[in-house]
Design a protein around this ligand. Structure first.
Ligand SMILES: [Zn+2]
Length: 359
């Protein structure tokens, strides 16, 4: 969702205006309030954090890095700090409306493809990074999988494979979640107003979406009435600048509202499109289903590339807070088997010896 991004842009502007010499990076993590409710964080927690006993969920310290917490953007928030100006990271600008529109349907579809390809690149980067989690024998490498101290992607020295993998996957989640907030995939038009660039049709479909098949390579064709919103800094209705006479992010987004980080229940929609019918709740439900699908696909991608055993240990390392003790591999298991066999043989020999002595 774009909530924090708007706030970041606003604060950057204020910062640039009031203190041109200050380094903007320090302002990124301080955004709280102002209509923002940490929607990406809460969505991600509702979808993937360990709370309901689902398998392969993310344990607390690791979930903190994936979802963000307090002033930390986390992996899912990373695109709001360093990919703000890239519409592909947020699935923006794939806007189209039938009947004489500033960009053609093909142009809009190509822009959506840019978003999908951007997310596919992050998805692959995550799969690549996972290789560094294990050694040649398939054991977790303790210093590559520790979640403490917390991962910090802004630090040059941050080289842990777990941090790099989760960061890439977090960027996948960000774009996949934005898709539901920034497009009309899940929502409905306002029935009280005529269809137009300020009130485009809604497709009212559930997540996950076949358009976000990030393991595949096919170029998907969006449904005829599919649209996202055109985004410029002056985000308003009607659109201005490059977004003149176009469906804007301001008209279409369902970025803001309250999301329960455990149940995913979405209430108090904070944007005009989000307040139509059940649009905010539908976008959040779609984004949660999509986040789970992406995690499932990511696990499948690990299995396809590294084989079942190594992938299982990688998933264990990515989701557990203490993988060095929670994710034992073949070497330690091999040692355990040897010990069991030795104890068993010794017990058997002792029993035979005792039996003979009694005779
Ligand atoms: Zn975004």
């Amino acid at each position: 969702m774009l909530g924090r991004r708007c706030a970041v842009l606003l604060s950057l502007l204020l910062l640039a205006w009031s203190a041109p010499a200050a380094a903007p990076a320090v302002a990124f993590g301080t955004i709280e309030g102002g209509g923002q409710h940490r929607e990406h964080e809460r969505l991600t927690r509702a979808a993937l954090a360990c709370a309901n006993g689902e398998p392969d969920c993310f344990e607390p310290a690791t979930a903190n890095y994936l979802a963000g917490h307090d002033r930390e953007f986390g992996a899912v928030g990373a695109p709001d700090s360093d990919e703000m100006a890239d519409p592909a990271a947020h699935c923006d600008n794939a806007d189209y409306l039938a009947g004489g529109y500033p960009q053609t349907r093909d142009q809009a579809a190509a822009t959506l493809t840019n978003c999908v390809e951007h997310l596919r690149a992050q998805f692959r980067r995550g799969l690549d990074s996972a290789e560094g989690l294990l050694d040649d024998e398939g054991e977790v490498i303790p210093e590559e999988v520790t979640a403490s101290p917390e991962c910090n992607p802004k630090e040059r020295e941050e080289t842990r494979a777990k941090c790099a993998t989760i960061e890439a996957f977090g960027r996948v989640l960000h774009g996949a979640q934005d898709f539901y907030s920034h497009s009309n995939w899940a929502d409905q038009a306002d029935p009280a107003r005529p269809i137009g660039d300020d009130n485009p049709p809604g497709l009212h479909r559930p997540g996950p979406s076949p358009l976000l098949d990030l393991r595949g390579a096919a170029v998907a064709t969006p449904p005829a009435d599919f649209t996202t919103g055109c985004y410029v800094l002056q985000d308003r209705v009607p659109g201005v600048g490059a977004c003149e006479q176009r469906i804007t992010h301001a008209a279409l987004n369902k970025d803001r509202g309250l999301i329960d980080p455990v149940t995913g229940r979405a209430t108090e929609p904070g944007t005009p499109r989000g307040q139509v019918a059940t649009n905010f709740a539908d976008a959040v439900a779609g984004a949660i289903a999509e986040s789970r699908r992406q995690w499932q696909d990511f696990r499948a991608g690990l299995t396809a590339r590294y084989g079942e055993d190594r992938a299982a240990r990688m998933v264990c390392a990515l989701t557990h807070d203490d993988p060095a003790s929670a994710c034992q591999g073949p070497r330690r298991n091999g040692v355990a088997v040897v010990i069991v066999v030795i104890v068993g043989l010794a017990t058997g020999a002792a029993a035979i010896w005792l039996a003979r002595r009694r005779r």
